[in-house]
Design a protein around this ligand. Structure first.
Ligand code: BTN
Length: 257
């Protein structure tokens, strides 16, 4: 389906809306496996995902028709595999910018790429890259953002929020999609022109608890540390007991009250 409501050059210009699918990321993967021609910037959105996937093999639960669940197909051939975290940065920056500029929401990015408002998660990103040699061949970028859901299951009640809860009004889901596509396009074009420092500066400017003393669980122990940066591979740099330590995604957990 061609789309005229997304005001971008290429992101979302090929727009497919499904009423129900296991996962929009799986759908895109299947298209690639079947060698279906896909133009860069294709967006697959679904009203319902019955097997939505999150980071670290978690489930992504989202009430049917209330939230934004979509996947974006990109071909960042220019990006060396060792720099793939810059794609996460560009995507997080784009979502964060859209929420700030179009909706006035003071959002932040919780490392590596969760979208937070105050101490609650409002969105998440699952990027699945297919590599060819030392470069990225295809990238499937799954984005879930809570829009009009106001009731969350027990275990998420204190941890999750949505745009409707923040703004105290219903929000048009397609308008959010349009804003996110616009801002992701801007950030992706910065990535294409190798503006890595600029992307990192913007990312750090909105990084959740950057330079603030915070509690982490590391190897089963609770420790106080301060985020001081990220390295080129996207690992988190923490000041722990006046020493800088570097952590990968699975190596620590934020403790948020
Ligand atoms: C996370 O924070 O754990 C990442 C969540 C990513 C969810 C989105 S919803 C659209 C796309 N399809 C999926 O199955 N997952 C991503």
């Amino acid at each position: 389906m061609q789309n005229n409501t997304i005001s971008t050059l290429f992101i979302g210009q090929n727009f497919i809306k499904l009423s129900s699918v296991d996962s929009t990321n799986n759908f895109l993967k299947q298209c690639l496996a079947n060698s279906e021609p896909l133009t860069e910037g294709t967006v697959i959105m679904a009203d319902e995902q019955f097997a939505g996937r999150g980071q670290l093999n978690s489930k992504w639960l989202s009430e049917t028709g209330k939230n934004l669940t979509f996947s974006l197909y990109l071909n960042p051939h220019f990006l060396p595999a060792m720099h793939q975290f810059y794609l996460n940065i560009a995507i997080s920056n784009g979502i964060n910018r859209a929420l700030r500029d179009a909706f006035g929401i003071n959002a932040s990015i919780k490392w590596p790429n969760d979208i937070y408002y105050e101490n609650k998660k409002i969105g998440g990103v699952l990027i699945e890259n297919i590599l060819s040699g030392h470069h990225i061949k295809h990238s499937i970028i799954g984005i879930g953002l809570n829009i009009n859901q106001s009731i969350f299951q027990e275990e998420l009640k204190t941890k999750a929020s949505s745009l409707q809860l923040i703004l105290q009004q219903r929000v048009n889901i397609l308008q959010v999609l349009n804003e996110i596509c616009k801002h992701i396009e801007v950030e992706y074009l910065k990535l294409r022109s190798n503006k890595l420092e600029l992307l990192t500066t913007d990312y750090l400017a909105h990084l959740f608890r950057y330079k603030l003393s915070s509690l982490f669980r590391i190897n089963g122990e609770e420790k106080l540390g301060t985020i001081v940066g990220i390295n080129e591979q996207g690992n988190l740099m923490l000041n722990l007991d006046d020493k800088i330590s570097v952590f990968g995604f699975k190596e620590l957990e934020f403790i948020i009250d």
